[in-house]
Design a protein around this ligand. Structure first.
Ligand code: SAM
Length: 167
């Protein structure tokens, strides 16, 4: 049996490199021309600081939007992948990643249907979707995997899948 346990979310400090900001700013600029009601950018410096503090491994962004976090994860040394429902965002994010020389992949589909194994997952979804997303994570992720749940710079948490039988 497994459960979700909230663990402290560390954030590394220090300014982001100019090249990282250039990628973020270009992603934000291109994202403005995509008509997708569901796409709301997160605070990328905040997410970058949290990812920086995590052990590297496989990363999957659930609802990857413009692929900015997927790209940042690759820059930090993760093997990064995004899953996105909106085909326009999938196309635009693939182009953005390629234009910046990044090889992270983005797949079209719902993260409720498409499984991509990872050590760290990130999601920024509507509050009404959080329970379902957490249940899905619990059902599909490996023991020890982390789920970063973002709602804003001050509402950002890290959950880990742990065995209830663990001491
Ligand atoms: C609030 S935006 C966040 C985008 C991106 N993660 C970020 O932080 O910049 C949520 C994104 O998830 C996508 N989305 C919503 N439900 C999804 C699902 N079930 N599977 C894949 N993508 C989904 C939306 O199209 C949207 O791009």
């Amino acid at each position: 049996m497994f459960e979700l346990q909230e663990i402290p979310l560390e954030r590394s400090s220090g300014p982001l490199a100019k090249s990282v900001w250039e990628f973020i700013d270009e992603g934000l600029r291109r994202g403005k021309s995509i008509d997708c009601f569901d796409y709301v950018p997160s605070n990328y410096d905040v997410v970058y600081a949290a990812l920086s503090a995590l052990p590297r491994g496989r990363f999957c962004e659930w609802g990857s939007g413009m692929g900015i976090i997927t790209g940042l994860a690759e820059m930090l040394g993760f093997d990064a992948h995004g899953l996105e429902l909106d085909p326009g965002l999938v196309t635009a994010s693939r182009r953005l990643l390629a234009d910046f020389g990044l090889s992270a992949t983005v797949q079209t589909g719902s993260y409720f249907d498409v499984h991509h194994a990872a050590d760290v997952y990130f999601v920024y979804c509507w509050p009404g979707q959080v329970s379902r997303t957490e249940e899905h994570f619990l059902a599909t992720a490996a023991e020890g995997a982390r789920l970063l749940v973002y709602f804003g710079p001050d509402d950002f948490r890290c959950e880990i899948k742990t065995s209830i039988d663990s001491p």
